[in-house]
Design a protein around this ligand. Structure first.
Ligand SMILES: [Fe+2]
Length: 289
């Protein structure tokens, strides 16, 4: 029997989950968040402290710090969590190498930047089953939003990251480099929608459409019936057409460039320059009228 505790970061609409067993005290954290004020360049851990406090208050043993994918809208708190729980392993999909290779080129990073995922403690294979003490975790491949997206299936709970959102919001965008609407359709239609209808789904973001209250839990059955972008009966062509059109008018996420650089390096700060200061890179283009 597992328990799920959610934490919502209002600045980035991100859900962080602590999944834990009260009996054995085993725990994992999924998709942690650091606060980043881009204007001043300041990174703080105000939000993450709530997660740490929860772990400490309940005397939980943190085994894994899991990432559903390389996020493009917030900085991961993985390394900060690891300072408090040095035995915890930071884990992400083995396919992180595709993301690292893609963005190493885009950011023109140092030749030495590793693109084999070695910054992470554990690389997870598709459909791998692994244990956090008594907690059994199955990693389901759900590429599309990024090529290295995983959903984590634990007991009757599924943590979908950005593959599937609440039914009134839909699915994750597929227009980032190496993203694919076709792959996302396959991941959901032939993957997640094959799970039992009663499977509890915990989403990676909630954008509170129409100003409604925060919601982050649904079911596979509910999503198959009511997901506004991808229902059970939605055809592949319908979805791809919709997704491609929608993505073409979406704005670039505010924290895209800092997030990718930081998160694909497992949340390790970039190396200081010779003056001791640390920088994120920002690719610039100019389009004149
Ligand atoms: Fe994402």
């Amino acid at each position: 029997m597992i328990n799920v505790k959610s934490f919502y970061d209002e600045n980035t609409n991100t859900l962080t989950y602590v999944v834990y067993s009260l009996g054995s005290k085993d725990a994992i954290v999924i998709d942690s968040v650091l606060d980043f004020d881009q204007a001043s360049g300041k990174i703080t851990d105000f939000s993450l402290q709530k997660v740490i406090q929860f772990l400490q208050t309940n005397d939980l043993k943190l085994h894994y710090i899991l990432e559903t994918h390389v996020h493009a809208d917030h900085l991961t708190g993985a390394q900060v969590l690891k300072k408090y729980y040095p035995q915890a392993k930071i884990a992400i999909s083995k396919k992180i190498n595709i993301v690292q290779q893609t963005f190493k080129d885009i950011f023109h990073l140092d030749e030495k930047f590793p693109t084999d995922g070695s910054q992470f403690d554990k690389l997870i294979s598709d459909n791998e089953n692994f244990f956090a003490g008594v907690i059994s975790i199955k990693a389901l491949p759900t590429p599309g939003h990024t090529p290295a997206c995983l959903s984590f299936f634990i007991d009757d709970c599924l943590f979908t990251g950005d593959a599937l959102f609440m039914p009134d919001f839909g699915t994750g965008r597929c227009d980032f480099p190496a993203g694919s609407a076709t792959e996302l359709y396959h991941s959901v239609h032939f993957g997640l929608y094959q799970l039992p209808d009663k499977t509890r789904v915990f989403v990676g973001h909630d954008y509170q459409p129409g100003g409604r209250e925060l919601k982050f839990e649904t079911t596979i059955g509910e999503s198959k019936k009511n997901n506004k972008q991808l229902k059970q009966e939605t055809s592949k062509d319908e979805f791809i057409n919709f997704r491609t059109q929608r993505d073409s008018v979406l704005a670039t996420p505010k924290l895209l460039y800092p997030s990718i650089q930081f998160n694909m390096n497992a949340g390790i700060m970039p190396k200081p320059e010779v003056n001791g200061k640390i920088f994120f890179k920002l690719p610039i283009s100019m389009k004149l009228t």
